[in-house]
Design a protein around this ligand. Structure first.
Ligand code: PBG
Length: 323
């Protein structure tokens, strides 16, 4: 008889035939850094995840480094906002201060910056507004300024999350013209207009004050269009292509893995984190196992890199070899 169960009989053989393995090397850990002092505030819908000011963040960074997580993704929360988000290219802005602080104190940690405007604009949209919509090309000019400011502060990689057309090209041109030819770009290439971002928007106070993001982020119904987005980013020179969110978009991750010879990242977003934490808190699921199984599914789908709020917890489990 044809039998598949023979290779499942014992832990030893299961380990030998295991196809996908998670490693701490897969993870990028997002950090929320707020302008001010003495801030360490837990995000209510994201238990275990805090907003920190630079004077309180060291113990978090110590842990990240001790767990050998290779990289962090920084989000800045400024104390002042305006219509165009001009704090994003202030060389003394919170993001720039954070980059300098981390690169000085933790030189081995790879620092990736989120390049966007929504946390920095009064209206909460990802660029300049005209006629109740984000204007693409004028936003690119500011995007280039923000990118160079992050690069000057010492960022190792930049990641535009605003879904403007031509963002990768605009950033690549600006970086190359300013001597940053070796600074890579991770494109939020396929980013859907998703309800799974809810807790994040609460965390960084970036919910749009009117309308929504459907004129720039992708329609969750579309799979072919994801290829188009990825092709444009690939042609414009994105070094890594990302899919966001992750769990409801595993098909898209696999498509990109099959069709592009670039590393593929996925973003296991705030709502995905919140759901696991909430159900675990109620005792309805085994939170640790669901966490590991979800992360594994992203890797199995084809993600080479996983951006996740679970990075520290998962790294601990991998370290103890408990998975
Ligand atoms: C926008 C941005 C968002 C996230 C990362 N960058 C939210 C949005 O597009 O509204 C979401 C991250 C998450 O939910 O964990 N700059």
């Amino acid at each position: 008889m044809l039998r598949t169960r023979r290779l499942r009989k014992a832990d030893g053989i299961r380990r030998l035939v295991r196809e996908t393995k998670l490693s701490v090397d897969d993870f990028i850990y997002p950090l929320f850094i707020e302008e001010g002092t003495n801030i360490e505030v837990e995000i209510p819908s994201m238990p275990g995840i805090n907003r920190y000011s630079l004077d309180t963040i060291s113990k978090e960074l110590d842990e990240v480094v001790a767990l050998r997580i290779p990289a962090v993704l920084l989000f800045g929360i400024p104390s002042k906002k305006d219509d165009e988000g001009s704090e994003t290219w202030n060389d003394d802005g919170i993001m720039q201060q954070a980059i300098r602080f981390i690169k000085e104190k933790y030189p081995s940690l790879y620092v990736i910056t989120d390049v966007c405007f929504c946390e920095y604009t009064c209206h909460g949209h990802c660029g300049i507004i005209e006629n109740n919509d984000v204007v693409n090309d004028a936003t690119l000019v500011n995007l280039a300024k923000q990118t160079i400011s992050h690069a000057n502060a010492g960022a190792d990689m930049v990641a535009p999350s605003g879904m403007m057309d031509g963002a990768i090209a605009a950033m690549r041109d600006a970086l190359d013209a300013n001597g940053f030819v070796n600074l890579p770009i991770m494109g939020y290439s396929v980013k859907y207009a998703s309800a799974f971002y809810g807790p994040f928007r609460e965390a960084v106070d970036s919910a749009p004050s009117f309308g929504d993001r459907r004129t720039y982020q992708m329609d969750p119904s579309n799979r072919d269009e994801a290829q188009r987005e990825a092709t444009f980013d690939d042609q414009e020179g994105a070094d890594i292509l990302m899919v966001k969110p992750a769990l409801s978009y595993l098909d898209i991750i696999r498509d990109l893995k099959n069709n592009y010879d670039r590393p593929i990242a996925c973003y296991n977003v705030s709502g995905e984190y919140a759901m696991v934490k909430a159900a675990a808190e109620k005792g309805w699921i085994d939170g640790e196992r669901v966490m590991m199984e979800s992360l594994l599914s992203m890797k199995r789908a084809g993600a080479d890199i996983i951006i996740t709020y679970f990075a520290k917890e998962a790294a601990k489990i991998l370290q103890d070899n408990r998975n």
